[in-house]
Write a protein that binds this ligand. Structure first.
Ligand SMILES: Cc1cc2nc3c(=O)[nH]c(=O)nc-3n(C[C@H](O)[C@H](O)[C@H](O)COP(=O)(O)OP(=O)(O)OC[C@H]3O[C@@H](n4cnc5c(N)ncnc54)[C@H](O)[C@@H]3O)c2cc1C
Ligand code: SF4
Length: 565
């Protein structure tokens, strides 16, 4: 047990040398590495178990160039916590029933030592056990069911954390690994990204399928796995795409969209997921059977725009999604691996500066390490900053769209040279890293490729995904009755109406979700108002950005509990 110190403060509180908030990949890596340095470390996790709050697609990458990978820190990780390695990687460009498929192995293998599919409940709960063993040896450990709700300050300086379930805890070093919509990053005034175009929203279904059936339908052997990506007109004009990954005996199928695009198109996330699930191309893998085990959703930050260049304040550092460190490298999503790297670097930075009287010494060292290791360069590539200024300018976007939609564009994409060059372009990390975030990249070009070079898919996909009501009904909730964790500040449709569409458990024609809109008559005039019921909330974070809310996570162990993640 840790000593208790007063340190000149008015209260006696528990003290740990390091406190890590969150036991996802970022927090687990930070805590494991702190413990390896012999630093007394306490990990606080709000879920009933690590992973019970978490969602990923999810492929975890081990990059050749990364200073730390997850198996560096947890050597048995691949055998014990991961699903299948990815041995086959494809992207499908879709125009109606016309599909052009490219092998993306070269892009996938660029800088990749290995890449495995994971399910977060299995993965994170396994990590939690290992982290608990390691940190217990330092006098700390992992405490689950504890939500950190703020920062303990003394004379304005951060000296610890405050929690819903425990007294405040003092710490010499605080690692905020509390994921997307980090309450600690906000409390430290470090989160300066809150516009929809700085985020993606991911929605996912985990689908039951026997291992033998997976092997048969995807033409793979035991110990092999596939990744399929989808883009084109199946999501209409919403910018983003879909994925399908094979796990041991389930499939992870989902969509990731730019949040600003979801809002602009008034698209409903569950319908976009259904558009993917019911596309004829997927009939070959379902063969008419569909058993969805879990529906889930989460926001992720777009590191190109928001990765914090100086992710520290006093003795607090941000790692992983809390620091905006989620990289969308074209169609490839890399968040977990960067969270691991950042967590481990944050731990090393503290070990190197331990004893320094300047509370920001570790934060500065961590910032330097993120730069020097090349991590920040991947998260915020300079070439994106250069090309996006031009490529995402409205006039340029319109001009490019105009050309692609004209006979010239049609000839340019449809000719035999393009047919040969396009797969190469898709496999170029350099070109993919420069793609502008416009509908040209996500919809117009992939559809044109599908139309010009595609084969027609004649299968009929007859599966029926569950309704939103059934999806919510299948989730496990521990509702904090009478204590809603999100408060609607402005109920006018102008301020908060976007949540009726963008909330993944709400829909315009569904009364059982979180957000609803209704027209009410007041003093002879009509007004469209929004109401909120947090009971079905899956804690994705969307309405913190698109609606006027006071947004917090539920108290420890409360709210949704994912079994798959
Ligand atoms: C649909 C989807 C697909 C994705 N696909 C991929 C992919 O294929 N590959 C990839 O690498 N990444 C993917 N990502 C992104 C990836 O999931 C994140 O980047 C990654 O999980 C970030 O790790 P983290 O440790 O920073 O945060 P998280 O994994 O979110 O962990 C944060 C932890 O902190 C806890 N916590 C939060 N607040 C508090 C609090 N106040 N007190 C106590 N505990 C708290 C949470 O319960 C959680 O356990 C995807 C994300 C989504 C949504
Ligand atoms: S209420 Fe907000 S946080 Fe909850 S699921 Fe809906 S959008 Fe996400």
């Amino acid at each position: 047990m840790s000593e208790t110190r007063t340190d000149g403060g008015s209260e006696d509180y528990e003290h740990y040398e390091a406190v890590v908030v969150g036991c996802g990949p970022g927090g687990a890596a930070a805590a494991a590495r702190l413990a390896e340095h012999g630093i007394e470390t306490l990990v606080l996790e709000r879920g009933v178990e690590a992973g019970s709050k978490n969602v990923s697609g999810g492929l975890i990458y081990a990059e050749d160039s990364a200073p730390y990978t997850i198996d560096d820190l947890f050597p048995d990780f691949r055998e014990e916590a991961a699903e299948r390695p990815v041995t086959d990687y494809h992207i499908h460009n879709i125009d109606g029933r016309q599909v052009t498929t490219y092998d993306l192995t070269d892009l996938h293998e660029h800088d990749t030592d290995w890449c495995d599919a994971v399910l977060r409940r299995t993965m994170d709960s396994w990590l939690e056990q290992r982290v608990h063993e390691k940190t217990s040896e330092t006098g700390g450990g992992v405490l689950t069911g504890v939500r950190v709700n703020g920062l303990l300050r003394e004379n304005g300086e951060i000296v610890g954390v405050t929690c819903d379930e425990l007294d405040p805890i003092r710490a010499d070093y605080i690692v905020a690994a509390d994921g997307v919509n980090s309450e600690l990053a906000r409390a430290a005034d470090l989160m300066d990204w809150d516009e929809p175009d700085e985020w993606f929203q991911g929605v996912k279904a985990v689908v039951d399928m026997d291992a033998d059936v997976i092997n048969d339908r995807f033409s793979i052997e035991e110990g092999e796995g596939v990744a399929h990506l989808f883009s084109g007109d199946l999501f209409e004009d919403v910018r983003g795409g879909g994925f399908l990954y094979t796990n041991e005996d389930t499939l992870s199928i989902g969509t990731v969209f730019h949040l600003d695009s979801l809002v602009a198109e008034e698209a409903e996330p569950h319908e976009l997921l259904d558009a993917l699930l019911t596309h004829p191309l997927l009939a070959q893998w379902f063969d008419g059977e569909y058993n969805e085990l879990e529906y889930s959703a989460k926001l992720v930050p777009d590191s190109k725009k928001v990765a914090h260049r100086e992710p520290y304040a006093d003795n607090l550092v941000l790692v992983g999604d809390a620091g905006g460190q989620m990289q969308a490298q074209g169609p490839i999503i890399k968040g977990m691996n960067h969270a691991v790297t950042a967590g481990a670097l944050a731990a090393d930075a503290y070990a190197l500066t331990r004893g320094n009287a300047d509370p920001e010494a570790a934060g500065r060292r961590y910032t330097t390490m993120l730069e020097q290791s090349g991590t920040m360069g991947k998260l915020r590539p300079r070439r994106y900053e250069l090309t996006s200024t031009v490529g995402e300018h409205d006039l340029v976007t319109k001009a490019v769209e105009g050309v692609l939609n004209s006979p010239v564009g049609s000839i340019a994409v449809g000719n035999p040279i393009a047919k040969r060059l396009l797969p190469k372009a898709y496999n170029s990390p350099f070109l993919v890293g420069m793609l502008p975030d416009t509908s040209m990249a996500y919809t117009t070009l992939p559809s044109l490729i599908g139309e010009k070079h595609g084969r027609t898919v004649h299968w009929e996909n007859e599966i029926e995904p569950p309704s939103l009501e059934e999806r919510i009904g299948d989730l496990t909730y521990n509702t904090d009755v009478g204590n809603p964790h999100i408060l609607l500040q402005d109920e006018s449709f102008e301020a908060s109406g976007a949540a009726v569409y963008a909330c993944p458990v709400s829909a315009e024609d569904f009364g059982g979700g979180c957000y609803r809109a209704e027209t009410v008559k007041t003093n002879g005039s009509e007004e469209k108002l929004v109401s909120l019921d947090t009971q079905p909330c899956v804690e994705c974070g969307t309405c913190a950005i698109v609606a006027d809310t006071e947004w917090t996570h539920p108290r420890g162990e409360k709210g949704v509990e994912y079994k798959q993640g």
